[in-house]
Structures are given as C-alpha cells and as structure tokens.
Ligand binder design. Structure first.
Ligand code: 5RP
Length: 220
C-alpha cells in the first residue's frame, strides 16, 4: 500500500467515532482524506468547526456547514493528524502551520482522535522540527531563545499562518519531557503556540499499519 492509501484507510476508520452533532476537524493531508470520508455520512452531523481555512474550504465543497467555535458549547469529537506521535499519545503538530487553531479546537473537544500512518509513531519526539507560531516582531528574539535551548530555529519561508503570524521550525531538540517543554516554550514572549501537544494529548490514536488499523487508547 502507498502512504496515501494508509492515510485513506485510517481516515475511514475514524468514521466510527463520529456521533451526531458538531465535529471538530483538524488539517493536513490525512485529514483531507477524513473530510472526504465524512462527506459520505454528512447527513448525520450538524456541521464542523475547523482548525484551518484549507479544511474549511474542503468541507464547504462537500456541502458541510462550518460553524464558529464561539457558537459551539459542546464538541464531542476532534479528529486530526500529527507529524510525530508517541505511545503516550503526545504529539508534534504544525507541519501545515495550523497548530494554534488545532490546539484551541483540541482543548474544547471531549475526545481527540489522532489519525496517522505508522511512519509517524516515534519513541522520542523531536526528529521532526518543532514548529513555533511567533508574532512577527518577536521572530529574532524567539530564535535566540531557542538557540539557548540547543535548537536550530529556521524561519518557514514564504509562509504566514491563518492568524497572520510566522513559523519558526526548530530542529535539534530531544524532547524527553514533552509536557514540561510545552509549558516552558509557551512562556517565551512572542510565542503564540508551540507544536507540542502533550498537556492535551490525543485520547485515541488510530495508526494505519501493514496489518490494518491499530487503535491505541491513552493510559490515563
Ligand atoms: C497541521 C498538522 C497536521 O496534522 C500534520 O502536519 C500532519 O499532516 P499530514 O496528515 O499531512 O501528514 O498538524 O498543522
């Protein structure tokens, strides 16, 4: 199977978590397959809250209504991908630059289902560069702060987030305590969000492997 076929398979597997009401939808290529799968059962949902403009456009194309998060009090489910994920269901996200909105929607959701192909499963986070969404005027300062922490920050070229900010991709971090580092990086002035999702990890990981889709539930 190709990587896209694995992504499609895991996206379909996530449909069984969908309940009536509003659904939270993340972003990325795996989520695009999920959106296409969701369209086949769209009559069962009232609409979606989304983490990116790109996902909103794809959902609208399928005739799925986009709702504003501020108008939604209950979000039973959020489905999103990841760039790296551990067996503890800690993640690095933000490869598509939508990390801040993804973190907000994940915070509201009762259940976070992460959908990935097996290449995303790691024992230690940090091989994938950790993205930081940064207020433009703080770019150099945040870069220096990350250098002090042993990272090599790199400005994502020709990229602006949906919130009008910049992304610094930080290589070279070995992330032994993801919840602690997530909290620490959020204290740097000018950082809007960092791409560690450890303080609000996923509740269920669906992993597409050669033998089929494996479900890993959080041990909490
Ligand atoms: C976007 C994300 C995506 O979920 C992550 O980059 C995974 O994307 P893909 O499914 O394309 O591999 O965090 O900000």
């Amino acid at each position: 199977m190709t990587q896209d076929e694995f992504k499609q398979q895991v996206a379909h597997a996530a449909l069984k978590h969908v309940r009536d009401g509003v659904i939270g939808v993340g972003s990325g290529s795996t989520v695009n397959f999920f959106i296409d799968a969701l369209a086949t059962i769209k009559g069962r949902i009232d609409g979606a809250v989304v983490a990116s403009e790109a996902s909103a456009a794809r959902l609208r194309k399928h005739g799925i209504q986009i709702l504003e998060l501020n108008n939604v009090s209950e979000l039973p489910l959020y489905v999103d991908g990841a760039d790296e994920v551990t067996e503890h269901l800690y993640m690095i996200k933000g490869g598509g630059g939508a990390l801040t909105r993804e973190k907000i929607v994940a915070a509201v959701a009762r259940k976070f289902v992460c959908i990935c192909d097996a290449s995303k499963l790691v024992s230690v986070l940090g091989k994938y560069p950790l993205p930081l969404e940064v207020i433009p005027m703080a770019r150099s300062y945040v870069g220096r702060e990350m250098l002090k922490r042993g990272a090599q920050p790199e400005l994502r070229a020709n990229f602006k987030t949906d919130n009008g900010n910049l992304i610094l991709d930080c290589r070279g971090l070995t992330i032994v305590d993801p919840p602690r580092l997530e909290a620490e990086l959020n204290q740097i002035a000018g950082v809007v969000t960092n791409g560690l999702f450890a303080r609000r990890p996923a509740d269920v990981l669906l992993l597409a492997e050669p033998g089929g889709v494996r479900a890993i539930a959080a041990k909490r």
